[in-house]
Design a protein around this ligand. Structure first.
Ligand code: SF4
Length: 294
């Protein structure tokens, strides 16, 4: 048993809420040469479902059509997913986010970014917007272990994450932290340490991803050279269960599976069968309680 995103959103907004994945057209300091040019080792940069194009109103409409079959009487969260969505001049960000939050049926804004891309003027902007409608900031921490962070080329230290969470919380902005299970060189115990840390860090929500090896990434080369093992479904489920047991009971679990792009997924291939994975996960998680091992 765990606190699902669905139940949290229903409680907060009084109805079913769907995410509309939008593309702000930004890049990332890990790719544009500021910190690096090849990005994190696993990253293709884009969100699988993000709508592209510069016209935000048009993107919102197209994204709504994508979820139309399931979204009756629902509300929406405008979600900037691809790359680093605070990596631009603040005036430009203000226009972008304001346009995305404008429709009445958009009840919140969610911004995926890096903790080292939150300068004071961007924090001030997010604080202002948060007074209008709730703003969530999603931070890609992935791991607390410095050797893994170096290997995946994350490009910032854990202290930077801590400081970003503190700054966002002090402005009343809810943080959702991403972590990855199955990172090269990490044992299950190390992954659980990351979950425990995130649970104590001030984040209100968490996304637990499975490490996907996607074609065209440096991780794919490592995998093909036999240097990177991937988790079996059983291992992944045991790891997720162990993570949930150390997370505070009130932390919102935004995600327990990754949405790797099936067209580029190299491994693990079992993860492409989302229905089977979710069934197996739900069965296994019936026997555990979020926070029971705190
Ligand atoms: S995972 Fe995020 S921070 Fe890393 S290269 Fe990709 S967009 Fe940049």
């Amino acid at each position: 048993m765990y606190r699902t995103l669905n139940s949290y959103l229903r409680q907060r907004f009084g109805c079913k809420v769907y995410k509309l994945a939008l593309d702000g057209g930004m890049t990332c300091p890990n790719r544009d040469g500021s910190l690096g040019t090849r990005g994190c080792i696993f990253c293709t940069g884009s969100g699988e479902f993000a709508e592209g194009g510069t016209d935000i109103a048009a993107q919102l409409e197209r994204a709504k059509q994508r979820v139309a079959a399931k979204a009756c009487n629902g509300k929406y969260i405008a979600y900037f997913q691809s790359f680093t969505n605070t990596y631009a001049p603040v005036d430009w960000l203000e226009a972008l986010f304001t346009a995305a939050m404008k429709p009445e049926d958009v009840v919140a804004l969610s911004v995926g970014t890096r903790p080292d891309c939150l300068p004071p003027e961007v924090l001030d902007l997010l604080e202002r917007l948060n007074r209008h409608k709730p703003v969530f900031v999603e931070l890609g921490l992935q791991t607390i272990h410095p050797e893994t962070a170096r290997y995946i080329r994350r490009g910032y230290d854990l202290l930077v994450y801590d400081e970003a969470v503190r700054a966002l919380n002090s402005r009343g902005i809810e943080v959702v932290t991403h972590m990855i299970a199955g990172l090269p060189g990490e044992t299950r115990a190390m992954t659980v340490e990351t979950a425990r840390y995130i649970g104590q860090s001030g984040a209100g929500g968490i996304k637990i991803h499975l490490l996907h090896v996607l074609r065209g990434t440096d991780l794919a080369s490592e995998y093909e050279a036999g240097r990177v093992p991937v988790l079996t479904m059983e291992d992944y489920i045991k790891t997720v269960a162990a993570c949930l047991r150390v997370l505070p009971p009130d932390m919102v679990i935004h995600r327990l599976t990754g949405d790797g792009d099936k067209r580029t997924l190299l491994a693990p291939l079992w993860s492409a069968d989302k229905k089977t994975v979710l069934c197996a996960l739900n069965r296994a998680l019936q026997d555990i309680q979020q926070g029971e091992a705190l």
